[in-house]
Design a protein. Structure first.
Length: 345
């Protein structure tokens, strides 16, 4: 069957299910899910994936890596499910490290990264496999593919954008959070883009191996932008496929920003700037972050929020360290903060 026909079926799948063929030995597609305190969402997504035709015939496998979430009743259910591998860590090592571990444990030629809060419609995995087959045959340097995202209410959620710059980052402060990093991709056909978001991402095994995995310097946020940029620098192409879509119900830009989350995301932005921007632009960004940290710390003190005030003090120190080329020291500071937060009741 032609790829275009498979994609059409993925968008408007038939009601009847095909008969279950005999399972294959090695899966072609490995779905990697990183869980952090989302056991119920993870179990729901795993159930959706295992009910698909590719999973029933052994063409896909599911690998779950848990970043030190509290135990949950669904754990035993996940461990018993055929076609699912579960890896639990004793501490939260971040999204990039967890993805790398999940891919290391996987066997497929392509990896599909999915956030636990993603809902896959019927036919999506068939469409993703069709895209992988077409790119394998016709685009030997196609390394990464992103897909169309929808919000829970059906509205469009942006999933691609230009590479961040200092001017764009500062100008984006005047925009809603959902639009600061992103731009609308026009057209209905697959096209090349600078980068695609990591909540629903298809990666060729050879590409990820060539890049050495996601960069562990990023704890959360901007690791997908960095991955796509490094891929393009090494001659791999990055694609956006609008004909396949999933629902992403809880994007980061839609959540309330706690002091800890703000510290983590600012660390990632500064890490990205240290790698790709001129030194003077990094120093300017660090200055803006320090000013933000000072203002938020003062406001927290005025409201009697000592714990939050301390978090913003740490953010200011972290910005100074990265601006001075002390990325390792900044990473160690972030790790200490995260361990302290995890120990809180």
């Amino acid at each position: 069957m032609a790829v275009s026909a498979l994609l059409d079926r993925a968008i408007s799948p038939p009601r009847s299910r095909p008969p279950r063929p005999a399972p294959s030995t090695v899966p072609r597609l490995s779905v990697v899910i990183v869980n952090y305190r989302q056991w119920e969402n993870t179990a729901r997504l795993v159930g959706q994936l295992l009910a698909t035709a590719p999973a029933r015939r052994g063409a896909t496998e599911v690998v779950v890596v848990d970043n030190h979430s509290p135990p949950h009743r669904v754990l035993s259910q996940l461990r018993r499910r055929s076609g699912v591998s579960l890896r639990r860590w004793g501490r939260n090592r971040g999204f990039a490290r967890a993805v790398n571990e999940g891919c290391r444990l996987s066997r497929g030629d392509w990896f599909l990264l999915l956030n636990p809060d993603v809902t896959v419609p019927e036919g999506f995995l068939e469409g993703a496999l069709a895209v992988a087959d077409e790119l394998t045959a016709g685009e030997p340097r196609a390394g990464i593919v992103g897909f169309q995202l929808r919000n829970f209410d059906g509205s469009r959620q942006l999933s691609s954008g230009p590479f961040p710059t200092l001017a764009g980052t500062l100008a984006g402060l005047a925009l809603p959070r959902s639009r600061r990093k992103y731009q609308i991709v026009r057209g209905r056909q697959r096209c090349q883009v600078p980068w695609v978001t990591g909540c629903c991402l298809l990666i060729r095994r050879e590409c990820l191996r060539d890049l050495g995995g996601l960069d562990r310097s990023f704890f959360l946020y901007y690791e997908d932008v960095d991955l796509c940029r490094r891929a393009r620098d090494r001659g791999w192409s990055v694609w956006y496929e609008p004909r396949l879509r999933v629902v992403h119900s809880d994007p980061l830009h839609g959540r309330s920003v706690t002091p800890l989350l703000r510290l983590i995301t600012r660390h990632s932005l500064l890490t990205y700037a240290a790698r790709y921007w001129p030194a003077w632009q990094l120093r300017m960004l660090a200055g803006v972050v320090r000013l933000e940290a000072w203002g938020r710390r003062l406001w927290a003190w005025c409201r009697g929020q000592r714990r939050e005030a301390e978090m913003f003090r740490e953010l200011g120190s972290l910005a100074v360290e990265i601006a001075n080329g002390q990325q390792r020291q900044a990473q160690q500071r972030l790790a200490c903060i995260l361990r302290a937060e995890e120990s809180q009741p």
